[in-house]
Design a protein around this ligand. Structure first.
Ligand code: SAH
Ligand code: SF4
Ligand code: F3S
Length: 375
């Protein structure tokens, strides 16, 4: 019996696929080399932009033939995209041969669902469930071990679907995180540990008895062993001095901060509900550079947010030029159903978004060249 997993989206999903693999291997399944060989195929999906969803529809559709040939094949679609009941319904209507559709909260129970499907049921499950800490991971990222420290997001940036598909922030107990990391270090296979959360800086804030993110970092660094520690993602509004100090002072912490700015224009930042201004953002960058001189800094940007004018886009260009990031990701704004921004007037033409994203990427390339040449 074999399984095959196709993963879309962020590191969070990559790590959750490691949990799915762990569960399936515990059930006796082995990893297949190709989808054709597999008895169970899992699509772990992402909903962040329309393109991500389109690819899932295309790839699931392609399995129709395989399912015809192989009646017992179990097809599972899970993750952020299927946490939205409308999308899940559309998927089931379009592809009735899909066996299991589950959202993000019930992943842990995937084993039970497979057993149920073997008895002849089709399943759709979306209610909120508890995360089962006892389930094994099959780590697949070489020397890097991902460690999830919290679920969800409370920020509701107006363009973003994540709070709707991942729920509110919920921090794992620090004792459990430390225990997991001790075990990872003991195994001796991993040189790098990366903590994951949509906004790691607000770790612990959902529970008054929990330690803060910087305290968590310091505790992890006390664990004996040869490893480096990094984390993602930081939200500029919550990146406090104690976290910057921890990165500066702790030898084990990688001198690297991913600090998504999203835009360089204050009016757009406000419309995005990011809760910081360009000036505040630049002051954080300055602080990082002062305290951690060799720190690598990267960022994400969205171009073509509703009503963004050419001048406002140019503020993003100038921010990128000013900060001189080590690298950036640039995305064309993609309206996500149910979010505030998707209902805003002044949606920008795709062609304008494309021109802007290309300009930004060209600037990034040019800056990178200058960096390599040492200017
Ligand atoms: N929690 C992280 C990242 C979330 S998603 C953070 O707050 O930074 C990763 C990136 O996708 C975001 O930083 C943003 O740049 C981009 N993104 C999110 N929603 C988007 C949308 N609707 N259209 C285009 N890009 C989007
Ligand atoms: Fe989305 Fe904003 Fe939360 Fe990041 S912080 S996941 S961009 S809502
Ligand atoms: Fe990640 Fe995509 Fe979900 S970016 S949290 S997999 S919507």
């Amino acid at each position: 019996m074999k399984y095959f997993i196709v993963t879309y989206g962020c590191q969070m999903n990559v790590h959750e696929s490691e949990k799915i693999a762990g569960i399936l291997e515990k059930m006796g399944y082995a990893l297949a080399d190709t989808r054709e060989e597999a008895d169970v195929i899992v699509f772990n999906t992402c909903a962040i932009r329309e393109g991500a969803e389109d690819r899932v529809f295309g790839n699931v559709g392609n399995l129709k033939k395989l399912k015809k040939k192989k009646k017992d094949l179990i097809i599972i679609v899970c993750g952020c995209m299927t946490q939205k009941s409308q999308t899940a319904q559309k998927l089931l209507n379009t592809f009735p041969f899909v066996d299991i559709v589950i959202g993000t909260f019930n992943l842990s129970k995937i084993g039970y669902y497979i057993e149920a499907v073997k008895k002849g049921r089709q399943l759709e499950i979306f209610d909120e469930g508890e995360i089962d800490e006892s389930l094994p991971y099959k780590r697949t990222s070489g020397e890097n071990a991902w460690v999830n420290i919290m679920q969800g997001c409370n920020n509701f940036c107006t363009y973003c679907i994540v709070p709707y598909v991942r729920g509110r922030e919920k921090s794992r107990k620090h004792e459990n995180i430390l225990q997991e990391i001790k075990e990872i270090v003991k195994e001796g296979k991993y040189k790098k540990i990366t903590l994951l959360g949509q906004n790691v800086n607000s770790y612990g804030k959902d529970n008054k008895d929990e330690i803060s993110f910087s305290e968590l970092l310091r505790e992890i660094c006390k664990i004996d062993g040869d490893f480096t520690l990094s984390f993602m993602t930081s939200h500029p509004k919550d990146l406090t001095d104690d976290v910057i100090d921890a990165v500066a002072e702790e030898d084990k912490i990688e001198k690297y901060i991913h600090l998504p700015a999203q835009s360089g224009n204050d009016r757009i930042l406000k419309l995005m509900n990011r809760s910081y201004t360009r000036e505040k953002y630049l002051s954080i960058i300055k602080k990082i550079r002062e305290k951690i001189p060799n720190c690598r800094i990267t960022s994400d940007f969205i171009v073509g947010f509703p009503t963004e004018s050419e001048d406002e886009f140019n503020d993003t260009m100038s921010l990128v030029a000013e900060v001189k990031y080590d690298s950036i990701f640039a995305f064309m704004y993609s309206p996500r159903e149910g979010t505030v921004a998707s209902k805003m007037d002044g949606q920008i033409d795709e062609s304008v978004k494309k021109t802007r994203v290309n300009k930004l990427l060209k600037l990034e390339k040019q800056l990178q060249k200058e960096r390599i040449n040492g200017n």
